[in-house]
Design a protein around this ligand. Structure first.
Ligand SMILES: [Zn+2]
Length: 368
């Protein structure tokens, strides 16, 4: 099968306007393994979008050589709504301007109703169980609300992703080293993804409770395994991960080509594409998300960092000082912010004005 391009129209939110979702498909429909890759769900995170642009070229070449062995579905711009949200010259692509909702939070819970839907349909064969679960998930996704552009976008993306063996959601952070999030059930098998994306850290989280896109795809399997795993074999059949390709300013062809090359080798390694990827680079360690310090600040002020990206800190080290420029005495104007864990600084804020409760960085704990 040749490269196929689909365009999905989202419902118009005002007369005369409409958002379009573009989907690229490679390989034979229904072939296994299937991978679904999307970028720009937070639409102001452009590094994954540019990496997808480069990956698309590589996939076209692979298709021409007959080297697509599984099914590959790529959505280079997963959120055309957010991509268009330019507010007073500032691109505000992470949250929906109509209600402030984060585009990567509050996704539909696909586990709802799943145990009942599978009553009498599970048995002793793991592969047959996975197929039954995917069929039930499809029925659930088909019934999702699609009355407005955001719910229709969610439904459309889940229709593409829910039955994939691997789901990659490409994001970036503010100012960051590459890193990746996945479930503990997928480690250490997922070390190849961490390695091929050049990740400096891999954070493991069973269920963040935030209803993010990646978990929406992977959690139904692990929740079912917890509920019914003593009676039926239920593998964690959807390996979903969020890849953070550095920071918002890191949008350059040189980096995106490198990132696309890494993704391509991962696809070869996992059997979506033919060809020899070479030995995997050394992977970083994995760390439970609980051991990650998000460096919350208690006061408002300007952020003066005392650590660089990639720096290793000890618990108690001063990570930053929050400066109150209106303090009467400049000697009393600085609040030191201490690291809560030993670890590696992988993220800092681009904007340097903090409010109480803000997170101003990520320090990945001892495993890193
Ligand atoms: Zn993001």
């Amino acid at each position: 099968m040749s490269h196929r391009i689909e365009t999905i129209a989202l419902p118009a939110m005002s007369p005369g306007t409409q958002r379009l979702l573009k989907v690229h498909r490679f390989g034979t429909p229904g072939a296994r393994p299937k991978i679904y890759i999307q970028a720009g769900l937070h639409a102001d995170e452009l590094s994954g979008i540019l990496a997808s642009h480069h990956l698309l070229k590589l996939l076209n070449e692979a298709e021409a050589r007959g080297e697509v062995t599984g099914e590959v579905v790529l959505v280079p711009v997963a959120n055309p709504i957010g991509l268009s949200q330019n507010v007073l010259t500032v691109h505000a692509g992470a949250r929906y301007v109509r209600n402030g909702g984060d585009f990567n939070r509050g996704w539909p819970n696909l586990f709802d109703g799943l145990p009942a839907a599978l009553e009498g349909k599970l048995g002793p064969e793991a592969d047959a169980n996975v197929a039954a679960i995917r069929a039930a998930l499809r029925a659930r996704v088909e019934q999702l609300d699609q009355r407005d552009e955001v719910s229709a976008l969610q439904r459309a993306l889940l229709m593409l992703s829910h039955d994939a063996d691997v789901v990659l959601d490409l994001h970036c952070d503010d100012e960051a080293l590459p890193h990746v999030f996945m479930m503990p059930q997928h480690w250490p098998a997922g070390a190849d993804l961490a390695a091929d994306t050049g990740s400096a850290a891999c954070m493991l989280c069973d269920d963040s409770g935030k209803h993010c896109f990646d978990e929406t795809n992977s959690l139904p399997f692990t929740k079912l395994a917890k509920l019914l795993g003593d009676r039926f074999p239920i593998p964690p059949a959807c390996f979903a991960a969020t890849v953070e390709f550095r920071g918002q300013s890191d949008v350059f062809d040189e980096l995106a080509e490198k990132d696309a090359g890494g993704l391509y080798r991962f696809l070869q390694r996992r059997g979506f594409l033919a060809g020899e990827p070479g030995p995997p680079p050394e992977s970083c360690a994995a760390t439970p998300l609980d051991e990650t310090d998000y460096v919350y600040v208690p006061v408002a002020g300007l952020i003066a960092y005392k650590v660089a990206l990639g720096e290793c800190v000890r618990k108690g080290d001063v990570v930053a000082e929050i400066v109150d420029p209106l303090a009467d005495d400049p000697m009393q104007a600085r609040t030191p912010i201490h690291a809560q864990t030993d670890g590696l600084v992988i993220s800092r804020c681009l904007k340097k004005l903090a409010a109480p409760g803000d997170s101003i960085g990520i320090i990945v704990g001892p495993g890193a």
